[in-house]
Design a protein around this ligand. Structure first.
Ligand code: SAM
Ligand code: DTB
Ligand code: SF4
Length: 329
């Protein structure tokens, strides 16, 4: 797919009969990536709960009564110990998440910058998701070595204020622009299963593919419905909605990493296999994502073995790419 697809283009792709859609996405995936390779990211909650925002899906929002207990910002050493363990378990990217509305220029931010420097020293890719950031904060994170910043649009502009009222779509786009200006790669995607329509998913994918530059990584989360949040009673999303969203993202953004993010515990191995076939090439690993459970490392390794997938950096005997390409990726 060339740059600047129209809403109609995106809708046409999304509504393709699902087997054709998967086939086409798989072709695009194989033309641009080693389809046997999966990027394994470990997510660490460095500051949990007590968030002032009202995101309707989020167990960390202080206003909803969930089992999440607020915890202060972690110590640098504790985070780095976990980063070392993540590296030892085969992860190549370490992502630090904080339940903040926005970054403030204070000692806590200085501590996060130290964490970023430490993660880089371990030879891992460093990613952070800390809420809204200004251009100068993004520059300071870039100077500390940050590779990627995660900030999701979550859904279409139309559906957005049904889910979040405490900040706007424009606020989110502004943070994404600040991250981009600082030369940090952008990780931006959304959530499927919040009661949005196909048109909302199409709208989100259209916005992502039409950002001044498309995000280098696109996390697609299946809603984890958490007791106490406004979305607690949402049923598990249909796997076909996940697959269509992933496949369309893959076709629209051929060179990006498409990450099968939250919600894997609610999926069978076969469901996850369909997502990989449809072009997902990254996952979050580890027992826990931020506050909700995730399949353990052993279960993921068993799934990779079944599917012939290999964490990026380790070479597969069944790779569809020449060795030099894999090594330089
Ligand atoms: N506070 C920061 C922010 O909102 O940008 C960073 C952390 S926040 C937890 C990061 C993303 O996680 C959200 O934008 C949302 O897409 C995803 N997320 C949070 N809770 C979720 C849930 N219950 N199910 C699926 N995705 C979720
Ligand atoms: C993203 O898109 N998904 C991750 C990451 N970015 C920060 C977070 C998923 C959180 C799921 C709910 C929880 O465990 O708290
Ligand atoms: Fe806060 Fe982020 Fe959760 Fe929204 S998604 S309530 S900003 S932690």
């Amino acid at each position: 797919m060339t740059a600047r697809p129209t809403l109609d283009d995106v809708a046409r792709i999304y509504r393709t009969p699902v087997l054709d859609l998967i086939f086409r996405a798989a072709e695009v995936h194989r033309a641009h990536h080693d389809a046997s390779s999966v990027q394994v990211c470990v997510l660490q909650s460095i500051k949990t709960g007590g968030c002032p925002e009202d995101c309707g899906y989020c167990p960390q929002a202080a206003r909803y009564h969930t089992t999440v207990e607020a915890e202060p910002l972690m110590d640098v050493e504790a985070v780095l110990a976990n980063a070392r363990a993540a590296k030892a378990s085969g992860a190549s990217r370490f992502c630090m998440g904080a339940a903040w509305r926005e970054v403030k220029d204070n000692r806590q931010f200085d501590r996060v910058l130290e964490m970023i420097r430490g993660v880089k020293e371990l030879g891992l890719e460093a990613c952070a998701t800390l809420g809204m950031v200004t251009e100068s904060q993004a520059e300071r994170m870039k100077d500390a070595g940050l590779d990627a910043y995660n900030h999701n649009l979550d859904t279409s502009e139309e559906y957005y204020n049904r889910i979040i009222q405490t900040r706007t779509y424009a606020d989110r786009l502004n943070t994404l622009a600040n991250v981009r200006k600082a030369g940090i790669t952008v990780c931006c995607g959304g959530i499927v299963g919040m009661g949005e329509s196909d048109d909302d998913r199409i709208g989100l994918l259209h916005t992502l593919a039409n950002l001044p530059e498309p995000p280098e990584s696109v996390p697609i989360n299946a809603l984890v419905a958490v007791e106490g949040t406004p979305l607690a009673d949402r049923p598990n999303v249909s796997i076909w909605d996940m697959v269509r969203t992933i496949a369309t993202a893959r076709i629209l953004m051929p060179t990006s990493m498409v990450r099968l993010s939250a919600g894997r515990l609610g999926m069978t191995e076969t469901d996850q296999a369909l997502c990989f076939l449809a072009g997902a090439n990254s996952i979050f690993a580890g027992e826990k994502r931020l506050t909700t459970p995730n399949p353990g490392v052993d279960r993921d390794q068993a799934l990779f073995d079944t599917l012939g997938l290999v964490p990026s950096g380790q070479r597969s005997a069944f790779s569809n790419q020449p060795e030099e390409t894999v090594l330089t990726q």
